[in-house]
Design a protein. Sequence first.
Length: 193
Amino acid sequence: MIKRSRTIAITILGAAAFTLAGCQEEQVDAQAFPDLQSCTNAAQNGGAITVAECDASFAAAAALHVEAAPRYDSLAVCEEQHGEGACGTEEAQTQSGSSGIFMPLMMGYLIGSMMSNRAGMAASQPLYQKPGGGFTNAAGTSNFSNNAGAAKLNTSQFTRPATTAGQAPMSRGTAAARGGFGNSSAGRTSTGG
């Protein structure tokens, strides 16, 4: 009876350890660049990414920016959320849309390795300025101290944000209640540089 109890206890302990290990979120290598030229320069100087990957990632981040950037009903509200001079009209940034809707300017982009072909994920994310300094991703769920650098990030940092194109823009009250991105809370992550 003692041997059986010990075997059961060891089995339960092993199962618990396996379950806890399974709860840890996978991390991926990520790099942030303030613009396409910075990525291209890094690639040409022996970086971990190629010029073609820089181009494709920038194009994907720019497309996601047009599709999912937060939209505001006034320049003042946008600048409250992103800082003075960090916003423009939807019309100017998307080559369509409204001159009465405002969006943050894309201040860089984040590339996650091995993220393509995963359902619900975006391997490249636009980065937006925050009013007190730092940057955030398209979903507003991550905060970065810099728009350049490399770090290991949880895969959840690359969750595809909800589409905002064609939706009603946020007012001051809506933006304040949702943190500017439609979320009630935001995670904290930092990249070094």
